[in-house]
Design a protein around this ligand. Structure first.
Ligand code: PEP
Ligand code: MG
Length: 752
């Protein structure tokens, strides 16, 4: 295979295309294909396994193995080396395949004589549809170029197979059970709501008509032209987003940076040089990215790779000239594996009643956009693509976390009234927008929102909150390889402040690391990232990060009050160090002749238990504190908040957690320090009832929770609730939740 070069590859690809497009049965054509590959790359064997119904890989054609094994040898996904390649969509190259633990010997194939094996997945639209394998008698290693070559060949065969319908989709992914019965699939609700409508499959994949080219230079030129058009198109989207204040501009800006990513563009260019057309090259790099995506353990990084997928689809659309989306029915529920932010924005927003994804996670860009557009989202719905068909009626319940396919009329009626009730409730919350968040006995509670993107700021005024209690500054920057220049940061913070329209915004310094991306920033893999080099530990060790961020905050707040909060402080010494950097930056700013902030309030999150034993010292130093109950609970119970096996094992409404919260409230109130709580529990009515009863007078939550929390507050008689809760936390039960719920019911407190 060593003499095999780019020109030979191009020649083989064009012969492959001729065979697949030529005459003869599918079997005859595939037989010719495997023979061509084996001869071209001088291997003793080339075999093509095709994925059949029930996740079984069937030997479909072979050159070199015994012909009797064709259609007889079947391997489950995960079984043997071939099954391993399919299971992980990952190529394998082994000089001695027999010594690999996953190797299984199939006597009918007669493969006794072949030692080395190289296998690659055949991917079509990101899904494994088969495996292509070559084997040689002698024991020899394969190099990266050889693996790449076989991957390119596999991709071309997969595309040609799909185009010529070698194996029909129904056969590959049969619908399970009786197609007429309702089916329920579960998922993770990422934006609550109920949507009834017709399934529309979001098909980002453009069918590639021309795969192979003899003129790489012409294809390079096409690629360049398409990239220019793509950038111009995104710039137009950014302009529109800026104009109509929909607030998507910041997300699109990050996305736009990917369109200039040299690594991505170079990889496509290399694929063009290997003999693919521009669109086939984009597709190949997209498939490679998908495979990488599946293997990246870091969810945030995976989401950013999703943006690259979106970009590749858009580029394919430009190359193909087919960018326009098909028209949606009036009640469309989009179904997809995953979706990029611009793909979602391409649709007519008024017609989308819901979004169902096989993948997806809370911080992905499309979910942020969907939240802003109030589209219910259900993610991680396994089997969504294979079990939902276009035009299926669906009921999406992104409150309970499931989707019902082909619902009966009864089911549809039940959900239609639930949707109507939710709408009414929303109208009720909207109507209470300007009512004070005041308890029945006249205690005023401040309600703030948590934000992370510019897009979230719109909601601040929509829901009538008092300000932003937590602006997670890391959010807009997670996708970038380094913190942006000071000026870019100043720009963002200014926009946030302007959007807040004179309401206070608490900027929290970078809280990266832990569950929020270590790969770019820290660059180290840690066994225990939640307790590792994260947050203020990282920014104190890299003071230039902290300095630049604080410099930008100071500059953005010229002439107005600035609120800065440090996360993950575990000792007052850390606070002192951070505060010192802030003071330096303030001094630097005024030395340069600038007018600094009119007032500076500095605080910390309370989320590491060690701080509970330093409260006296801490309160001498800070202007305010905010309890991060998500992390505080994680560290109090030693329970990883991101690990679903254990994360719901302990309740925040348990006596130890509530006693801790009560102590903090008592001490902060005694010291006259402003106290708030900005963890998830602030946004859940029953939990918030406990908090106000324990003395919390400021709560910060997602904007969607402000209405329900205000309704709870306006219906509570605080002295009664306080007496009840102070008693309750003395109990030895694991959770106080049901007692609190009954109390609310008995006293007419609105908690649903
Ligand atoms: C918390 O820990 O409660 C908190 C609000 O911070 P984050 O969720 O960003 O870690
Ligand atoms: Mg936290």
């Amino acid at each position: 295979m060593t003499e095999f070069n780019a020109a030979a590859l191009r020649q083989m690809l064009s012969r492959l295309r001729d065979i697949m497009a030529g005459i003869g049965s599918v079997q005859e054509r595939l037989d010719k294909v495997v023979a061509l590959i084996a001869q071209s790359i001088r291997s003793d064997v080339c075999s093509c396994y095709v994925m059949r119904a029930g996740e079984v890989l069937e030997l479909f054609a072979t050159f070199g193995l015994a012909q009797r094994a064709v259609h007889l040898t079947r391997l489950r996904v995960g079984e043997g080396l071939v099954g391993e390649i399919a299971a992980h969509a990952r190529s394998i190259a082994l000089a001695d395949a027999w010594s690999h633990p996953a190797f299984v010997y199939r006597p009918e194939t007669g493969e006794d004589f072949f030692r080395s094996l190289m296998g690659v997945p055949m991917l079509q639209a990101g899904r494994v549809i088969g495996v292509l394998v070559v084997q040689t008698r002698e024991e020899r290693p394969f190099n990266e170029w050889e693996v790449e070559t076989l991957e390119t060949v596999a991709m071309v065969i997969a595309e040609l197979m799909a185009a010529t319908q070698v194996v029909k989709r129904d056969e590959l992914f049969p619908a399970e059970g009786n197609a007429l019965l309702p089916v329920r699939l579960s998922g993770l609700a990422l934006n609550q709501g109920i949507g009834l409508g017709t399934a529309v499959m979001h098909r980002p994949d453009v069918r590639i008509r021309r795969l192979v080219s003899d003129d790489p230079a012409a294809e390079r030129a096409r690629l360049k032209g398409a990239l220019d058009n793509l950038r111009a198109e995104i710039d137009r989207m950014i302009d529109t987003a800026g104009d109509d204040e929909s607030g998507f501009a910041d997300i699109l800006q990050v996305y736009r940076m990917f369109a200039d990513d040299r690594g991505w563009i170079n990889r496509i260019g290399e694929a063009v040089d290997s003999g693919l057309t521009a669109e086939a090259a984009v597709q190949k790099v997209k498939d490679d990215t998908r495979v990488r995506m599946a293997q990246v353990p870091d969810p945030v990084l995976r989401e950013r790779l999703q943006d690259l997928d979106d970009l590749a689809n858009r580029l394919l659309g430009v190359l193909d000239g087919s960018q326009t989306r098909e028209a949606l029915p009036n009640n469309a529920v989009l179904v997809c594996r995953s979706i990029g932010p611009t793909e979602l924005l391409d649709y007519d927003r008024t017609k989308i009643k819901g979004l169902i994804m096989e993948e997806g996670s809370p911080t992905m860009h499309a979910v942020v956009v969907a939240r802003a557009l109030d589209i219910p989202v259900l993610a991680q719905v396994h089997g969504a693509l294979s079990r939902i068909d276009s035009f299926d009626p669906v009921v999406l319940d992104a409150v309970a976390g499931h989707v019902i396919l082909r619902p009966t009329e009864d089911i549809q009626d039940v959900y239609a009234s639930a949707a109507a009730a939710r709408l009414k409730q929303k109208e009720f919350y909207a109507a209470s927008r300007d009512l004070p968040a005041q308890t029945r006995d006249g205690t005023k509670i401040k309600l703030f929102i948590n934000a992370g993107f510019l897009i979230d700021m719109q909601a601040l005024n929509d829901v009538g909150a008092d300000g932003v209690g937590l602006f997670r500054t890391e959010m807009p920057f997670l996708a970038l390889p380094a913190l942006p220049e000071v000026n870019a940061q100043v720009d963002l913070y200014r926009q946030v402040i302007a959007a807040a329209k004179s309401k206070p915004v608490v900027f929290r310094t970078l809280d990266v690391g832990g569950d929020k991306l270590t790969s770019y920033w820290g660059g180290v893999t840690e066994d225990n990232p939640a307790m590792g080099w994260r947050s203020v530990r990282l920014t104190l060790d890299r003071p230039s990060l902290m300095r630049h961020q604080l410099r930008a905050m100071v500059a953005a707040s010229a002439g107005i009050p600035l609120h800065v909060m440090f996360p993950m402080i575990a000792s007052v010494a850390e606070f002192d160090a951070a505060r010192q950097i802030l003071d330096m930056e303030v001094e630097r700013f005024s030395k340069k002749g600038g007018h600094g902030p009119s007032e500076i309030k500095v605080g910390t999150m309370i989320e590491v238990p060690s701080l509970l034993w330093q409260l006296d010292d801490l309160f001498k130093r800070v202007d305010f504190v905010s309890v991060g109950s998500n992390d505080l609970q994680q560290f109090l119970f030693a329970v990883d908040r991101g690990n679903t096996r254990v994360s719901s094992r302990y309740d925040v409404l348990s006596p130890p957690m509530l006693r801790t919260l009560a102590k903090i409230a008592e001490r902060a109130t005694g010291a006259g320090i402003d106290l708030s709580l900005c963890g998830e529990m602030a946004g859940h009515p029953v939990d918030a009832l406990a908090l106000v009863a324990l003395g919390y007078r400021t709560l910060s939550m997602s904007a969607a929770s402000v209405g329900p929390i205000k309704a709870m507050i306006r219906s509570v008689d605080l002295p009664k609730a306080r007496e009840f809760v102070l008693n309750l936390i003395q109990s030895d039960e694991p959770s106080c939740r049901s007692h609190l719920r009954f109390f609310a019911q008995d006293h007419g407190i609105v908690v649903d």
